[in-house]
Structure formats: C-alpha cells, structure tokens
Design a protein around this ligand. Structure first.
Ligand code: ATP
Length: 320
C-alpha cells in the first residue's frame, strides 16, 4: 500500500490554510500508512527562539491530534527526534550539487537581503529529501510552494540509485484531495501563511471566536458589491467562497451581500474550529500525553528508517 508523509513546520501559529490544505486530507486518508511529521529541524534554518520552537513543536503535535489525526493509524513524529533524518541528510549531500540547492526559489527568496543566512537554509531541501526517502515514502501531498523541493528529492533519489545501486523509493508528489488553497484575508494575492509579517489576514486554528469574527469582517472584498466566484476580478470574495465551501460544503444564497457572506463564513469557520479549540484545550492539560505520542511515533517509524540508512551507508561504501 502507498505510504504518505505530510510535513508541518513549527514556525508559528497554524492557520485555516494548514487545516484545509494539509490536515484534513491527512485525516481523510488515514486508511493508508501515513506519517505526520513536524519539521522542527527545518525551523533551525532561519532565526529562531529555542524556547518558542519547543513550544511550537508541542503545539503542532497537539493541534494535529485535536484536528483528528489518529496516532494509532498515523505516526506523528518530530524529525529531530528520529536521528536517521539528520544522518541521511548528510549522506544525500554526496548526491546533491551545490548549484542545485542554490537554485531553489525558496532559498533565493529567504536569503535575499539577509546577511545572516544559515548554511542549513541552503541545504533545507536535502533535509526534506531525507525526511521523505528515509521512510520509503511513495506519495507526498505538496502545495505549489514545495513542488520544486520535491522535484529535487526525486532527482537526488534517482541519481543516488543510478550511481550507487537501488537504495531509495522515488516519491511522487500528489495534490491533496479536496484541498483548497486558502489566501490571506487582507491580501488575497498571497497565500495564508504562518510566517506572514502581519496576522491581520490569517485565521489561526486556535483563535478565539471574536478574533475570527473580526478577521473575517475586515477581509478585503471589492467595490463590485455582488458576490461572484471570479478569482481574476474578485480574489477576496472568491477566497471567502472557497472557505465557505471547505468549511460548510455549501454556496451562499444568490442575493448575499458581502456583509451577509462574511457572517455565513464566520459561522462556518467557527463550526469547524470550535470543536478543535475545545479538544486542544483538553489535550493541553496533559503535555506528557502529547510527548508520549511523539515517542510512540518515533518507535514506530525508526526500524524502517534505520534500515534505509543502513542501505544507503552500504551503497556509499561506508563500513557497517
Ligand atoms: P510558513 O509560512 O512557515 O512557510 P506555511 O503556513 O506555508 O508555513 P507549512 O508548514 O509550510 O505552512 O505547510 C504545512 C502544510 O500546509 C503544507 O502541506 C502546505 O502545503 C499547507 N498549506 C500551507 N499554507 C496553505 C494555504 N494557505 N492553503 C492551503 N494549504 C496550505
């Protein structure tokens, strides 16, 4: 059966886009072997606060559970806690060109004008390749922003296999089922993102109801005044419609005003996030439980990861 891996960076507050674009597809596909990976090692590629990172990692794990990821079926891991990720990362560097890494759009964007660029930002996609290859993953649901990195993972795996002998499963990128891309409510040309400088257009998964209402009420629309699904001319309205469809699976009435549409969207979002918030509050009372789930996830995936690293070491000519 195909094996899937979905990754989340613990770089800030998870938002509605993460839920609709990644967590719900993950929950819907739990009949197949899946791994939900918190990429805490990737969070070290940019300026970070250690205490905040620890808190964010636990928060992502807790939100995954609150959103319905079932740890009995889906292994939830932090990539730092499975050392095979870091070991394979280094081994894969022997099959990756400097030019290939330096060409990545995300590296160019995040390093432009930044004097303190970390070496790990350059090798970020090689670590991502290791995250995937170490678990023999067949399918990786990816958004557009990670397409180029996934292609590099495929190239590196194929090259390694050709040069050193069949070692890795070459993963395929897939579009998550029913996963709309959610845009920023204050700037619908940009995707909703954890790391956006302003939180004004972001619906956090743990935002209280009044914050959700305020964020949606202030969402950018336009002066057309008529609700239409026309991303070219009405990107803000189209985004609200996408949220309504994703959260309540319905269309607004034909004469809906922008105000009425926003009220409908607010109710639909609250109906989805209210139960997640409540479950999160319950789970947060016992952080030991969440840590145990991560330890169980690690124990579950480690034998296969160790076996993959062993194959790679042998293929490269390293001693047992
Ligand atoms: P960052 O801003 O730190 O890059 P992010 O918000 O883009 O973070 P990631 O942790 O990189 O989130 O992505 C986690 C998952 O959520 C990925 O599968 C990604 O494709 C998906 N995702 C992220 N943003 C959106 C969005 N706005 N709409 C739909 N899916 C999204």
């Amino acid at each position: 059966m195909t094996r899937r891996l979905t990754g989340f960076q613990p770089t800030g507050h998870l938002h509605l886009g993460n839920l609709i674009g990644a967590m719900r597809p993950l929950v819907a596909a739990q009949d197949r072997p899946s791994i939900a990976m918190i990429a805490d090692l990737h969070a070290l590629t940019v300026e970070h606060d250690p205490q905040q990172l620890r808190a964010n990692t636990l928060q992502v794990a807790t939100v995954l559970l609150a959103a319905g990821v079932d740890p009995e079926r889906t292994a939830i891991i932090a990539n730092s806690q499975v050392p095979e990720h870091a070991e394979l990362h280094y081994l894969l560097e022997s099959a990756t060109g400097y030019g290939e890494a330096a060409r990545m759009i995300q590296f160019k964007e995040k390093s432009a004008g930044n004097k303190g660029v970390r070496l790990s930002l350059l090798t970020y996609p090689v670590l991502m390749a290791a995250d995937i290859l170490v678990h023999d993953i067949d399918q990786v649901p990816v958004g557009d922003d990670q397409n180029q990195h996934l292609e590099l993972a495929r190239t590196v795996a194929t090259r390694f296999n050709a040069r050193y002998g069949e070692t890795f499963t070459v993963p395929e990128g897939i579009r998550p089922e029913n996963a709309a891309r959610i845009m920023d409510l204050s700037d619908p040309a940009r995707k909703m993102s954890k790391s956006a400088p302003s939180a004004a257009g972001r619906i956090g998964l743990l935002d209280p109801p009044e914050v959700i209402r305020r964020t949606i009420t202030r969402a950018v629309t336009d002066t057309v005044g008529v609700v239409r699904d026309d991303a070219g001319n009405q990107p803000g309205v189209t985004n609200l419609l996408a949220i309504l469809r994703a959260c309540a699976d319905r269309e607004p009435g034909p004469l809906t005003s922008y105000g009425a549409l926003k009220r409908e969207v607010t109710d639909a979002v609250e109906a989805v996030l209210g139960p997640i918030r409540a479950r999160y509050a319950e789970l947060s009372e016992d952080p030991g439980h969440v840590r145990k789930i991560l330890a169980d996830g690690r124990a579950r995936v480690q034998p296969r990861a160790a076996e993959t690293v062993r194959r790679a070491r042998t293929a490269l000519g390293l001693l047992d």
